[in-house]
Design a protein around this ligand. Sequence first.
Ligand SMILES: [Zn+2]
Length: 169
Amino acid sequence: MKIDVDQNVKGKFRFNFQKNIEIILGDIPSECLAGLHKIEVIGRSYDKKCKDSFGFYCGKQASEDKLPKIVLCVESILQDMPPWIFIVISFLPRYLIAKTLFHEVGHHCQHMRHGVSGDYKEIDAKNFSRKLVRKFIRREFLWLWIILWPVIIVKRMFNKRKQIPVANV
Ligand SMILES: [Zn+2]
């Protein structure tokens, strides 16, 4: 799948969108990405009606080249995030982009399944995104778990010992 990053966006943020989106895509089951042609990273939405939109999905009909794509509007997603965040807490921009990307992939899945209608579309995409966000966070913080697991095990053992009832004398 292609990931196109707008030149203005590249210059504005000290963040490798291509690489980070590839990391995020690793959390999405491949069957959910089937048929998706490209991900386009732009500054703000070109649709004047929803210029503050974080992103949108263009199905075959809506897309100019008749191929399904997802557009991410990163100036809306990241707003005025200070530049140091991209260096010190790169998890934060990656998380915000992941949330929007998962939501739009949810819409792509609906499009491919043809089974989700009207009002339920947004709820379904939100649920889809929520599940993948959990997976994303587990992967991002695996290192933390690896560091902390001896502490967790010792704490559990200690708690179990405390729970052993004292025999009545
Ligand atoms: Zn939506």
